[in-house]
Design a protein around this ligand. Structure first.
Ligand SMILES: Cc1cc2nc3c(=O)[nH]c(=O)nc-3n(C[C@H](O)[C@H](O)[C@H](O)COP(=O)(O)O)c2cc1C
Length: 266
């Protein structure tokens, strides 16, 4: 067959297409496991970061297994879900916030007036992570999600066992502008959350991300985080997401239960 024949060109093009698609699907199948493991490791490391525990790649799994007890919680009642009720969707290991939110049984719509984080639908069930030191509870890590100016933000906030003081805060996934809203994952900014008070003595939710400086001489400063300069919209998003998740539609029923009997909960 001459080199410039149409038939030969089509055969060669088809052969290249088949070879490429075989290559891509083989890579997809062989890398799936690897990607799943990496995603899981990333999540573990971020939980540990929020709890201010060692989180290097080599040590994270060991630290997690020794120090972290994950539980699945029904947000409406604050009760934990027994493992016997787990299934493919309702599951800590396979937890997928978007799938649960969209599900008619496991997710729910937030009424417009209450949807301060603009989430629309949220899961009725969320995983939480108790950080233990032997039998002692040290802190509790809560997953949070909200919207910045361009993207969905995913993170964790950890509270000390007094259920008021912030132990740590992380945003581990976002698509905000580097140098502006992208500073949400700047370790320096995240460290400004440590030691702040999320709730007052009466248990009222008080924490706010504010525009401008926090004046340390003012009594309210214990509840305030300085917003990111040049990124007021992202800062508003973070403020709303934290208040949403620590509030009525988030973990408040659970926090109420823990205030009464934290050790009985485990
Ligand atoms: C290209 C571009 C990217 C921007 N990215 C962000 C961002 O990631 N987060 C944000 O809050 N504002 C971002 N802004 C700025 C907002 O439009 C708005 O001006 C800003 O939130 C106001 O913040 P300030 O009151 O602190 O100046 C961006 C603006 C431009 C032009």
């Amino acid at each position: 067959m001459p080199d410039e024949s149409k038939k030969k060109t089509i055969i060669v093009a088809l052969a290249v297409c088949i070879a490429c698609s075989l290559l891509v699907s083989t890579a997809e199948v062989t890398l799936r496991d690897f990607r799943y493991k990496n995603k899981k490791l990333d999540r573990i490391r971020n939980i540990l970061k929020a709890a201010e525990l060692p989180n290097g790649r080599d040590e994270a799994v060991k630290v997690y297994e020794e120090r972290v007890r994950p539980l699945l919680v029904d947000l409406r009642s604050g009760k934990r879900v027994p493992i016997s009720e787990f299934n493919d969707l309702l599951n800590i290991e396979k937890f997928d916030i978007r799938k649960l939110a969209a599900d008619s049984q496991y997710g729910r719509s937030i009424p417009k007036g209450e949807d301060i984080a603009g989430l629309g639908r949220v899961p009725s069930y969320m995983p939480i992570y108790f950080i233990l030191d032997g039998e002692e509870i040290r802190s509790i890590v809560f997953p949070i999600v909200g919207h910045g100016i361009w993207s969905t933000l995913y993170g964790f906030i950890a509270l000390e066992r007094d259920l008021k003081t912030v132990r740590g805060f992380t945003i581990y996934k976002h698509g905000e502008t580097p140098g502006l809203g992208g500073e949400v994952d700047n370790p320096r900014w995240k460290s400004t959350w440590k030691g702040k008070q999320a709730f007052d003595e009466e248990g009222n939710l008080r924490i706010r991300v504010i525009k401008g400086n926090v004046d340390a001489s003012r009594p309210n400063s214990a509840y305030q985080i300085e917003g990111l300069s040049g990124a007021t919209l992202t800062s508003h998003g973070v403020d709303a997401m934290v208040r949403f998740w620590l509030g009525e539609n988030g973990y408040s029923a659970l926090i109420e239960r823990l205030r009464k009997d934290m050790y009985g909960y485990l």
